[in-house]
Design a protein around this ligand. Structure first.
Ligand SMILES: *Cc1c(COP(=O)(O)O)cnc(C)c1O
Length: 391
């Protein structure tokens, strides 16, 4: 029997892999040491576990262990990366270029930086969700210190031309920051090959625990320096103070190790299921895929169902299928997604869009169920609308 509701909201968060939970358990009970305690075995064991995890993270993104800073998640990593650069490179300039479709953790941090005297350029995107790299280059000026472009979008899955962007940044001697929370562990992310200077990622998007993330900070060509945003005991090379969350770090490490081994096979399987879902839902009339179809994360689909309100659709489905509209539904006034709006989607289509995020534990049976349920519900809602409109 199929267990309900079926979870298709893996871009919000993922189920912790049972192998990750098993790896974490001893560090809650027997091995409870503080990784900063250098005077006894409790501390040594905790420290050893943290350093093993650091290596597992580093390997997944092709970094060096000295380049990984543990944080509480991608939100904190975004804050530390952006504010840390802004403060440290103040004598060089105050201009940062980012994109209108970045995650709120980047956009709201940039707004904060504006209040501190920073100048931010928010690039528009094309209809397919990609930025125009020539336009990016035209916006670079003498005071530009940082370019911040995410790897894969959390609402549409659109993957930016990371190598082209980093090439432009390098050519103009500007640092490149990348929020890769949705891409790491799902597709190959290689900080050397991709030319990334600072990169944010998080465990709970890759079947690890919530509340633990990391920031990659390049150590050579160039050596990036950040001003810490959390001061205290000097943990994490003085960049991020606070007692390390050892069980979560161990879980993050294990999650990275599993992704490293299974990512390629998993991406293929998820792409197959995602394409099946899309192929069948597109059979309903006037369904539209949002975002570039070629440059897209394999497990994500964002669809507009014309003449349907995404909220009504979700309300009808919510006991059976867990999805999201990507829009920030604050109480009474559901705002259409700013990401879809930036892609020039008309208001009514943006309000008719659902985001499907498949994941490691998604089965073919679940996808078949989703196809059937969504098709029936869309047809029903459209018929109701037609009847209503003809009265
Ligand atoms: C989930 C997500 C974040 C926030 O990560 P947390 O670990 O929940 O703070 C930031 N950026 C992107 C692109 C995300 O998908």
């Amino acid at each position: 029997m199929l267990q309900l509701p079926v979870y298709l909201d893996n871009n919000s968060t993922t189920q912790c892999d049972p192998r990750v939970v098993t790896a974490m358990l001893p560090y809650f009970s027997e091995q409870y040491g503080n990784a900063a305690s250098t005077t006894h075995p409790f501390g040594w064991i905790a420290k050893e576990a943290v350093e093993k995890a650091r290596e597992q993270l580093a390997r997944l993104i092709n970094a060096d262990i000295t380049e990984i800073i543990f944080t509480s998640g991608a939100t904190e990593s975004d804050n530390l990366g952006l504010k840390g650069v802004f403060e440290n490179y103040a004598s060089k300039g105050n201009h940062i270029i980012t994109v209108a479709t970045e995650h709120k953790a980047v956009l709201d941090t940039c707004k904060h930086i504006e209040k501190l005297g920073g100048e931010i350029t928010y690039l528009n995107i094309k209809e397919d969700g990609l930025i125009d790299v020539d336009e990016l280059e035209k916006n670079i000026k003498r005071s530009t210190i940082l370019i911040s472009v995410m790897y894969g979008n959390n609402e549409t899955g659109v993957i930016q031309s990371i190598k082209k962007i980093s090439g432009v940044a390098k050519q103009h001697d500007v640092l490149f920051f990348c929020d890769a929370a949705q891409a790491v562990g799902k597709i190959k992310v290689d900080v050397i090959d991709d030319g990334i200077d600072i990169l944010a990622f998080t465990a709970h998007k890759i079947y690890g625990p919530k509340g633990i993330g990391a920031l990659y900070v390049r150590r050579k060509n160039p050596r990036v320096k950040l001003i810490s945003q959390m001061d205290g005991g000097g943990h994490e090379k003085n960049i991020r103070s606070g007692t390390l969350n050892v069980p979560a770090i161990v879980g993050f490490g294990k999650a990275c190790e599993i992704c490293m081994k299974e990512m390629t096979t998993e991406a293929n399987a998820l792409k197959h299921l995602r394409d099946k879902l899309e192929h069948n839902l597109l059979k309903l009339e006037e369904v539209h895929i949002n975002g570039n179809k070629e440059f897209r994360l394999p497990h994500v689909s964002n669809l507009s169902f014309k003449n349907i309100s995404a909220n009504s659709l979700m309300m009808q489905l919510n006991r059976k299928i867990a999805v999201s509209s990507g829009s920030a539904c604050t109480s009474a006034l559901p705002e259409p997604s700013y990401v879809l709006k930036a892609m020039h989607l008309p208001h009514e289509l943006a309000n008719a869009s659902l985001r499907f995020g498949l994941g490691r534990f998604t089965t073919e049976e679940q996808i078949n169920f989703a196809i059937k349920e969504i098709s029936e519900t869309v047809t029903k809602l459209r018929n109701e609308n037609r009847t209503f409109n003809s009265v």
